[in-house]
Design a protein around this ligand. Structure first.
Ligand SMILES: [Fe+2]
Length: 537
């Protein structure tokens, strides 16, 4: 039986962005086995001397190499926490990795939302994603603990470049260099790290080294600022397994162990004022409760904050305006959407996203804007499940997905369509057909080779969208056949992985689909190191 989170734990997850969990069903022998497995993987890497070992040996094959690892996900406390945060129908993402700490320091950063720090869509404030870190050994101050800045998951950096391209990595401070992080003077490194945190402009932020007992799991909001910290000389290897999980359905009720007498308003009052409206809005969305505006300031004051230079103030203002759902508030947000500063445009987009389906048509004209930066945000803002009933929105997103020249517009349009496909009350079979067709060879060509392998951020977003569709609507046997025919040969391993998960959601597979799947299994199966060898070594 799953052990769901309490109200306090869920509220803490939304405010701090992190929860530490002790898996109760796993013993010392399990953790030792996972520790030895990580050592063996890194020994293979060292022996291979391959510059693609991160792909061939470490990345994305952990569940095949160490099949026992699925016991971690089945643990009652781990699965209960995942269900509480993401809803019962969460799905594991095909990307995974095991990190080994080193004497280097990392800069505080947010992971790219596609594997290997690629960018597919604007950051989701709601718990649509979660990072699961597992530590098979104790983590101490000496062996390179992960360091987090609590509550930073709702803020981010500008990433657009003047030529229309973009930074894919979101470091806290883009001026921070690799050389500074490798500086032998450790006090210099620490000073630079302190400066980078101060640059956020938010007093009293809490930094936290994640020192945890052996076998702990840390569940994090995907976008929390974090970094790997340096090890000290004599420390034994410290490993951290990393997995991504995704929500696939819109919440219809609280997925955690909610007690009606819990006073969420009282809890929110203890949080930083800047995050209160965000946490309140997400809490209400998670429990499928109507959010009402709690604004003590005038519209002019809130507008001034939206247009200010402080990220926390801007995002707070955007949520206050979005919750008002009034014409006047939406007009301010639309003015923000075309502002000269990327940060103001981006914050305004989050406000528009929660402004209610009645206001959605006002965003539509911005999808045809000449400025690519505005089109990217307009499509993202429309990605609300309730907009699934708005034929104009669905049609416009499909047009952006198929016709816009900008990869990030198409990728965001696919992602937004994924949120829309959570709407169970409309027939999306034509949309599903169109999405599958976009995965045909050559339609969306590979557009990145970061980390030394070619793949497509847009096809990955389309595959995500189809997964959302599959978890909320039944595909026809012909749709699955076509999906498998197009994707099992895809050279993007994540598109392939999604295709399997999409198929897994479907109830009626044709004999042809089963044959294609079994042929792929026969061809692709990786033979992990036998358990008997593991225990003998
Ligand atoms: Fe990271």
């Amino acid at each position: 039986m799953k052990h769901l989170l309490t109200d306090e734990q869920y509220a803490q997850y939304l405010s701090d962005g992190i929860l530490v969990i002790q898996p109760e069903s796993l013993d010392e022998a399990f953790h030792d086995h996972l520790y030895r497995s990580a050592q063996q993987i890194y020994a293979l890497v060292e022996n291979s001397r391959s510059n693609t070992a991160h792909l061939d040996i470490i990345g994305d094959s952990l569940r095949a190499r160490i099949p026992e690892i699925d016991r971690l996900f089945a643990d009652p406390s781990v699965s209960g926490a995942l269900s509480s945060v993401l809803g019962d129908s969460y799905v594991i993402h095909p990307h995974n990795f095991v990190h080994k700490s080193s004497d280097a320091d990392q800069v505080f950063h947010q992971d790219g939302n596609l594997p290997w720090n690629e960018r597919g869509h604007y950051r989701a404030h709601r718990p649509d994603w979660a990072l699961l870190f597992y530590y098979p050994q104790e983590v101490t101050d000496e062996n390179g603990p992960t360091e987090l800045i609590l509550g930073t998951q709702y803020w981010t950096n500008d990433f657009e470049k003047p030529d229309g391209t973009w930074h894919s990595f979101d470091g806290i401070d883009r001026a921070f260099t690799r050389e500074e992080l490798a500086n032998e003077d450790l006090s210099f490194r620490d000073r630079r790290l302190n400066e980078s945190v101060a640059s956020l402009g938010i007093p009293n932020l809490q930094r936290k080294f994640v020192t945890v007992p052996k076998g702990s799991v840390v569940l994090c909001h995907y976008d929390i600022l974090h970094r790997g910290s340096r090890t000290f000389l004599e420390a034994a290897d410290r490993f951290m397994y990393k997995f991504h999980f995704m929500r696939t359905q819109e919440p219809t009720r609280a997925a955690w162990r909610h007690q009606p007498e819990f006073d969420a308003t009282e809890y929110m009052r203890k949080l930083l004022p800047e995050v209160q409206p965000i946490v309140r809005n997400i809490w209400n969305w998670s429990s499928n409760t109507e959010s009402t505006a709690l604004v003590s300031k005038s519209l002019a004051e809130v507008k001034q904050s939206l247009f200010s230079s402080n990220e926390a103030k801007r995002v707070e203002a955007a949520y206050l305006l979005g919750e008002m759902q009034s014409d006047a508030a939406v007009d301010v947000l639309l003015e923000g959407l075309t502002h000269a500063e990327e940060s103001v445009r981006r914050s305004s987009c989050y406000g528009l996203k929660i402004s209610g389906s009645a206001q959605a048509n006002k965003i539509l004209p911005f999808m045809g804007n000449q400025r690519v930066s505005i089109r990217r945000l307009a499509v993202y803002a429309l990605g609300e499940s309730a907009n699934g009933l708005n034929v104009q929105v669905v049609r416009a997103l499909l047009a952006a997905l198929t016709k816009d020249q900008d990869d990030l517009v198409r990728s965001n349009a696919a992602y937004a369509m994924g949120q829309i496909l959570r709407c169970k009350d409309a027939d999306f079979s034509a949309v599903i057909d169109a999405l599958i067709q976009r995965l045909a060879p050559g339609v969306e060509p590979n557009n990145t080779a970061v980390a030394l392998f070619p793949r497509s951020t847009v096809r990955q977003s389309i595959a995500y969208s189809l997964l959302q569709a599959a978890c909320n609507h039944e595909f026809s046997a012909a749709q699955i056949e076509k999906l498998l025919a197009l994707t099992l040969e895809d050279d993007d391993r994540y598109v392939q992985g999604f295709a399997i998960e999409i198929t897994r959601q479907n109830q009626n597979l044709s004999a042809k689909s089963l044959d294609v799947l079994l042929a792929a299994l026969s061809r692709l199966r990786l033979s992990p190191r036998p358990a008997a060898l593991n225990s003998a070594s």
